[in-house]
Design a protein. Structure first.
Length: 232
């Protein structure tokens, strides 16, 4: 069966390029006003897909699409380099201020079941992403990513001890994708599987009540022996 391929027309290339709004034209037409624009990845994918189809037909058209895409990628690389340069020029921050630390902790605790992005934390603390990472390391001794993972594992521990929910449910409520994801991270942070840890900790919770029952039984037996001796 013959497969029909619809080759992109120049008009279609223009419409795809225009879908980035005011992002960036090809780099040889770029103006300073476009330096901070963010290039949507789906636009790049569409352009590359158009180029792939065009290669089967009009090579000149394919070249135009490829040049356009290359210009957009070049602009994105330049934008990221400018961002990194901007972050490097900011004063070094080694620790979070008390209000910043409080906001980070409160936001993480309130959103453990969902997605937590470093951009969100940076916005809350009014810092750049690099500044925030350094400050979090100074306060918590680990990166923001590691801190969030550790808090997810701690939340999972709490739920394993305080509820009868299955591990798959606990994993999702802790912000992890599934039970295998929980198991992998639990091994990394705790050194054993969550199921084994849960059984072991629950057995430790039961032991004190058993041990406490021993002395009460012994006291009761002693009192009964004394009464029998008096009656004799």
């Amino acid at each position: 069966m013959t497969q029909l391929v619809q080759h992109p027309s120049p008009g279609r290339i223009g419409s795809v390029s225009a879908s980035i709004g005011q992002a960036l034209p090809p780099h040889h037409h770029r103006t300073p006003d476009h330096e901070d624009a963010v290039i949507p990845y789906d636009v790049l994918v569409k352009l590359l897909s158009s180029a792939e189809h065009a290669l089967d037909g009009d090579r000149r058209e394919a070249r135009e699409v490829i040049v356009t895409t290359a210009g957009l990628i070049d602009a994105e690389v330049r934008r990221r380099a400018a961002d990194e340069h901007h972050d490097a020029s900011l004063p070094a921050i080694q620790r979070l201020a008390p209000w910043q630390r409080r906001r980070v902790v409160e936001f993480v605790e309130a959103n453990l079941a969902g997605a937590i992005r470093i951009e969100d934390l940076a916005k809350l603390t009014r810092l750049g992403a690099r500044q925030l990472s350094r400050a979090v390391r100074g306060d918590f001794g680990e990166s923001p990513y590691a801190y969030v993972l550790r808090r997810r594992i701690e939340r999972a521990k709490e739920m394993m001890l305080l509820t009868e929910e299955p591990l798959a449910f606990i994993a999702v409520r802790s912000g992890l994708s599934d039970q295998p994801h929980l198991t992998r991270l639990f091994h990394r942070f705790v050194g054993e599987s969550p199921a084994r840890w849960r059984r072991r900790r629950r057995s430790l919770q039961v032991q004190p009540s058993v041990n406490n029952a021993g002395p009460r039984t012994q006291a009761t037996d002693t009192g009964r022996d004394r009464r029998l001796a008096t009656a004799a």
